[in-house]
Each structure stands twice: as C-alpha cells, then as structure tokens.
Ligand binder design. Structure first.
Ligand code: F6R
Length: 263
C-alpha cells in the first residue's frame, strides 16, 4: 500500500487524477471503477479539465459504479446513476451508454447483483478503481461486518452512513434509503489497481484503521491491505492519526519505482 499525504484536498484530487490518467494513457480501453459521494468530485473535475485541454480522452473507456441505492428511481436527484452523470460523465468524453451501475429498481435484486458481477467480468474486470471511504470504514457500501470475500449484493446501510449521507437529501434522514446494492469487498479487490482518496478529519480514524489496523470486517477498508496495487491519497487532516506518517512522507519523496506493483 502506497500512502501519499498531500497538503490539501485539491492536491490529493490532482494525484488521484494523475493515477487514472496514467492508466488510460497506457490502456485507452481501460475499465474505470467510479465512486460517488463528495470525495471524488474534484478528481472528476480535474479529469474533465484534462479532457477539455485535449491532453486526455476517456472516449474509449467504460466505467462501472460501486453501488446504488435500492428504490430510488433513475430520475431521483440522489440516484447514484444520476449523480455519476452529474459529477463525472457530463464533464468528460466517456460514452454514457458505457457507464454501468447496479439496478436498484430491479424487481429481482439478487438477479440484478449477479448480472452486475457478470457485466464486470465480461468487460474484462476493472483496470483502476477509484474509492472513497466511509467514516465507519466502508468501501462501496460494504458496512462493518461485511464479508471480506463478498460479491455484489444487497446491504442494509448503517445508521451512521445514513446520517452521513442525509446532507445529500436536504438533511432529511427519513429520505435516505435504508438499503443499497454494492459491489462486494471481494469484487473490489479484483480491480487491477485501486486509488483510495480520503480527505478531512472525519475520515482520520477510518484511514488509521485501513492503513495500520488489523484486517477486520469491523473496518472493511482494511481488506485493501491484501491488494498488491493500492495508492491511498490523503490530505493532512485525514492522515493526522497515522503512526508512521514520517515514513510515508519519506517513502513518497524518495520513491525509486513508479510502478504500482512496487508498493
Ligand atoms: C460511494 C461509495 C462510498 C463513499 C463513502 C464516502 O459510491 O461507495 O463508499 O465513497 O461513503 O463518501 P463521501 O465521499 O461522500 O465522504
């Protein structure tokens, strides 16, 4: 796991965009794994700026979302498919028909989950997965106690996640769905490379557990310790509870190999 500590959220977002750009430049048909939420918004803007500057094209890529709420119609402003259109797709040159998410409105949700796993597999798997982390340590919507081998499935959101996300629903906790479909931890671990972005003090405990804690379903993000090519990009507040902060800074400043496999 490579840990990169940046001076602020903007700098962290640029590094995440750099990593995604590097994958697309070597693999124009890359399969991108995209997250919703607040954290990746600036990274998507940065990618959009690069596309508009003519330095990058996502035209040949495809994308798979991590998760979707159950029961929010596609036109709902907080349906993740609509959110990803708003924060990512409309800013870049990706073909919207090649952006996929689990169907949280399906009559048969289990079948929708299996179909989603099959679609990721048929696309050849995710080349680079962008992740955020929840304050309770979730990745995707794999809440604490999720199996670290889990696949795409229905999950019940924790009270904490629903409270955290109430800000997107005008502060109305009752409006936040109780269930979602999410790629499993096992699904996420199959991405060829992962960049996890975390900013803000409220993420510092989840970050500490993810990077330095024991691997445990209590903090599902700790499963990323098992992945051979993860870069964790942080701002100072998110990194503030790490024990080995000087080592991470030193390692990054003096890195010899830039391949993600060297982490
Ligand atoms: C979103 C997702 C979640 C978020 C996490 C952090 O698709 O899968 O894991 O990344 O809840 O959300 P923000 O970025 O809003 O703090």
């Amino acid at each position: 796991m490579e840990v990169v500590i940046t001076k602020n959220r903007e700098a962290a977002s640029v590094i995440a965009a750099d990593i995604i750009e590097a994958v697309v430049l070597t693999t124009p048909h890359a399969v991108l794994g995209v997250a919703t939420g607040s954290t990746p918004v600036e990274t998507y803007r940065e990618l959009g700026r690069r596309v508009h500057a003519g330095r990058l094209s996502l035209a040949a890529t495809s994308a798979f979302m991590l998760d979707e709420y159950v029961g929010l119609a596609a036109h709902h402003a907080q349906a993740y498919r609509r959110v990803i259109d708003e924060i990512f797709v409309r800013l870049v040159d990706i073909d919207p028909s090649r952006v996929h998410g689990p169907d949280g409105m399906a009559a048969d949700l289990d079948l929708a989950c299996t179909a989603y796993e099959d679609a990721i597999c048929a696309a050849g798997g995710v080349d680079v997965q962008l992740l955020g982390v929840g304050t309770d340590g979730h990745i995707g919507f794999n809440e604490p106690s999720s199996s670290l081998a889990s696949r795409t499935r229905i999950k019940t959101l924790t009270a904490r996640t629903r409270q955290d996300n109430a800000r997107f629903f005008g502060g109305d906790l009752d409006a936040v769905p109780t269930h979602c479909l999410t790629q499993g931890v096992g699904t996420i671990l199959e991405a060829k490379s992962v960049v996890l972005l975390a900013t803000g003090q409220e993420k510092s405990e989840a970050v500490r557990q993810m990077v330095e804690g024991p691997i445990s379903a209590r903090w599902p993000a700790t499963a990323l310790q098992l992945h051979p090519a993860v870069t964790v990009v942080l701002d100072e507040p998110a990194a503030s509870r790490l024990d080995h902060i000087d080592y991470y800074r030193d390692t990054y400043a003096n890195r010899l190999l830039r391949s993600p496999r060297a982490r």
